[in-house]
Design a protein around this ligand. Structure first.
Ligand code: ADP
Ligand code: MG
Length: 639
């Protein structure tokens, strides 16, 4: 979670930096000392049907306008506005020029002292433009008349800057460049996402494509919303406007599709609403295309669908998306991140739209750009988290697989051994016993010199028969008679049996069993299992060797712990314990623990080893405790 906080902090910082970048041009332009702002001007509306070359009515009604009250919404019955600017003397400037950052008009004609000096005609539906106008050197104030015509807005909605011409164009680039960079970056990102979606499966691809479309449309919207492309490439204005309009029709359905698929694929009614929305967007798109081709007759339908119906629908969608995001936020960190991203986008979008309605002056949509950046950042975060968790899962799967493989090999080996053991051991044990008997007989009659040979032969026969017993126990570990065993008593017997061997190895053996613990089992098999463990401990001892055995009850289980301070084992050795023939001793058989594991398994117990090389080993055996022992005495085999 700590890393999550760090990422949130970084996101916030990134968002703040981006906001600062967006606001910087607005803040810095007002501080520019070379520019003289003209803050007031006069506006006169142009009635419908007025000839294009008719001059303004100088003595008619003029409205006083400022940036705060720009009078740029064209009233009914008018086609545009005349703007009267009084320009102060320009003789102190080397290359005087006029710069208007935001001018609303499709057609612009500028007259300086009655002479036309500048003309721009946009035959596409983008009413925002910027104006950079070179002026003459004059000692006195001059009058500039701007004839602006458009469909909805005509007027100035920013300061009018008088200053050096190169400085003006620098300012224009500074204002518009962040949007172009941001939009271009997003469009490029979407192309990369398109490429990457190639590697996804079908179900993932549709969601990824929806997201790609969303990012691409956002990029295009941001770029084509800037006045710069229209100013420098007016011949492509139609294309830009078309791209802008089309992007809006794709952006919202794509976002909705994405969110629905991420969050609420289950509810059919949501999908039905989505389908209706898609129908609406398709119809609007067709009407938009018709309007572009046919023109004015389609305008009212187009305006109804996109302006009157469109904005509330978009607000509704954004609210709905926020609701879904909010509902799903608490499921897991991924959905929290995604929900935050979507929530911020939706809130910024709604705020932008509400501001547009609330503020009289045309609103420049900036907040939603921040929202988009945050949403994309949250998606990248989720992607990275997914990759990281997939990798972790892959690792754990492969570890598990290795473990299963190991177990499988082990079981197979065991199976073969138990079959072999069952078939051979019986056959071999009897002849061995007979041979041993005869050897003992002969040894009694032999001379002293030969006795040592007979003893050696008998010893080796005993070793062989021990191995065969191991095999037999392994092959047939079933406990014929299950009786209640008291661990305290059993371990006391084992102590008596093993102490001589421990002393022989110059070690100590301690057994602590404070209370009787009753388990079910077979006394001799149990002893065999524990003796094998203890023998290994004895064989691992160095000087001052010590073996301690404790037993206690833990919940419903009896625990026996056999610990030594012998040579210990490496982790790889521990993993191999119980495997047939695994032995590190020159005279070892590698069968002891195999048998022990088998006996404990049949007694429904468990055995685990903890060991550290050079420090010692600890074996923990667990058996289920008998909850209601019939009689403690019956479990105790008398001495
Ligand atoms: P063997 O005793 O014949 O070698 P086991 O199955 O009894 O066969 O033990 C297998 C191997 O496990 C031993 O060779 C030894 O390397 C290791 N081992 C078992 N218990 C211990 C222990 N307490 N300390 C050190 N190594 C041990
Ligand atoms: Mg052994």
């Amino acid at each position: 979670m700590k890393r999550f906080h760090l990422i949130l902090l970084l996101l916030t910082l990134g968002g703040a930096a981006f906001l600062a970048l967006l606001l910087y041009p607005y803040l810095s332009s007002s501080k520019d000392s070379t520019n003289l702002p003209i803050t007031t001007w006069k506006v006169q509306w142009i009635p419908v049907g007025a000839p294009e070359d008719a001059p303004p009515d100088i003595d008619g009604e003029w409205l006083s306008a400022t940036v705060e009250h720009p009078f740029d919404a064209i009233p009914k019955g008018k086609v545009g506005a005349w703007i009267h600017l009084t320009v102060p003397p320009t003789s102190n400037l080397s290359k005087p020029g006029l710069y208007i950052e935001r001018l609303y008009a499709m057609n612009v004609m500028v007259y300086e002292n009655g002479k036309p000096v500048y003309q721009v005609n946009h035959n596409f539906d983008f009413e925002r433009t910027l104006l950079q106008l070179p002026l003459d050197h004059t000692e006195i104030t001059s009058d500039l008349y701007l004839r602006l015509t458009a469909k909805e807005r005509a007027g100035i909605s920013s300061d009018v800057q008088l200053g050096e011409l190169p400085e003006n164009s620098r300012q224009a680039v500074r204002n518009e460049l962040p949007d172009l960079l941001l939009g271009g970056g997003l469009a490029f990102l979407s192309l990369m996402m398109l490429l990457c979606s190639w590697y996804l499966n079908r179900a993932q691809r549709s969601t990824a494509l929806a997201l790609t479309l969303f990012v691409m449309c956002s990029g295009i919207l941001i770029m084509t919303y800037s006045a710069m492309p229209y100013y420098y490439f007016p011949e492509l204005g139609h294309v830009f406007v078309f791209l802008f309009d089309t992007s809006i029709y794709i952006l919202f359905p794509a976002l909705l599709y994405f969110v629905i698929h991420i969050f609420e694929g289950r509810y059919p009614w949501i999908k039905r609403v989505f389908r209706w929305l898609v129908v609406y967007y398709l119809i609007s798109f067709c009407v938009m295309v018709c309007y572009k081709i046919i023109g004015t007759p389609m305008y009212s339908l187009y305006a109804f669908l996109t302006l009157w119906l469109g904005a509330p629908l978009i607000v509704g969608q954004l609210i709905f998306i926020s609701f879904l995001a909010f509902r799903n936020a608490m499921q897991n960190p991924n959905s929290l991140i995604l929900s935050l991203g979507i929530l911020i986008l939706a809130l910024s979008g709604v705020t932008d739209i509400l501001l547009m309605y609330a503020i009289d002056t045309p609103h420049i949509f900036n907040l939603w750009k921040l929202g988009i950046i945050i949403l994309i950042a949250s998606l990248v975060m989720i992607l990275n988290r997914r990759i990281a968790s997939d990798y972790a899962r892959l690792l754990s799967y492969s570890k598990e697989l290795e473990l299963y493989n190991h177990q499988l090999q082990r079981t197979e080996k065991m199976q073969i051994i138990s079959e072999l053991a069952a078939s051979i051991a019986h056959e071999v044990r009897n002849p061995l016993q007979v041979t041993r008997g005869f050897l003992q007989l002969l040894s009694g009659k032999s001379v002293a010199h030969d006795k040592s040979y007979f003893n050696l032969a008998i010893q080796e026969l005993d070793r062989a028969s021990g191995i065969i017993t191991d095999f037999l126990t392994f092959a047939k570990p079933e406990l014929d008679t299950l009786i209640e065993l008291d661990l305290k008593h059993e371990l006391a017997q084992i102590e008596t049996m093993m102490t001589p061997l421990v002393l022989l190895n110059k070690g100590e053996l301690e057994v602590h069993v404070p209370e009787p613990q009753i388990i079910l089992g077979n006394s001799s098999k149990f002893k065999q299992a524990l003796i094998n463990i203890i023998k290994n401990s004895i064989e691992s001892l160095h000087e001052e060797g010590r073996i301690t055995i404790n037993a206690w009850a833990e919940g419903g289980t009896a625990v026996v712990r056999i610990a030594d301070n012998g040579e210990g084992m490496e982790p790889e050795q521990i993993a191999k314990l119980g495997e047939p023939y695994f032995s590190t001793k020159t005279k070892g058989t590698g069968l002891g623990l195999m048998v022990t594991f088998r006996i404990i398994e049949v007694m429904e117990g468990t055995l685990e080893f903890h060991s550290e090389k050079g420090k010692g080993t600890e074996a923990i055996v667990r058996f289920p405790l008998v909850s209601n022992p019939k009689s403690k005495k019956s479990a105790v085999v008398p001495h």
